[in-house]
Ligand binder design. Structure first.
Ligand SMILES: [Zn+2]
Length: 133
């Protein structure tokens, strides 16, 4: 069990739930990129998309799509951000998908590490060949 498992079990006070389904619970991030920033979590303790059953992936994606529609209605947002860090980079050790509205000139930006990175047919082929069927 972890903090997010406790949130899924409604054991944590002060959590602002936006949506709940049989497989997921969605709530406001306490450190939002923009107002309306929501975390969607499965009611299943896994830290990586690799371990997330297909039906959960589908459910989480469906909830994300509904949230994006809500962002349009509530904020007039014409764009959105969806982010997920997994495995060893998953904070709290429990899969969570960040979904937040993007507003014009909101100042949000991705910061990439400095340095050259190869973009080539070789890199594409390496990944293509390593992907399971
Ligand atoms: Zn958990």
């Amino acid at each position: 069990m972890c903090l997010f498992c406790d949130i899924a079990a409604h054991k944590v006070p002060g959590v602002y739930v936006v949506n709940e389904t049989d497989m997921t619970i969605s709530f406001l991030d306490i450190a939002p990129a923009n107002e309306g920033h929501v975390l969607i979590i499965p009611k299943l303790h896994v830290d990586s998309i690799v371990d997330l059953p297909d039906e959960y992936v589908q459910e989480i994606t469906g909830v994300a799509r509904k949230l994006v529609k809500a962002f349009e209605k509530v904020y007039g947002a014409k764009g959105y951000g969806i982010m997920q860090n997994g495995g060893a980079n998953c904070e709290f050790g429990h899969f969570h998908l960040h979904v937040f509205p993007r507003l014009e000139n909101d100042g949000y930006d991705w910061i990439y590490p400095e340095g050259e990175k190869e973009v080539s047919e070789g890199v594409a082929a390496k990944l293509k060949n390593a992907m399971p069927n």
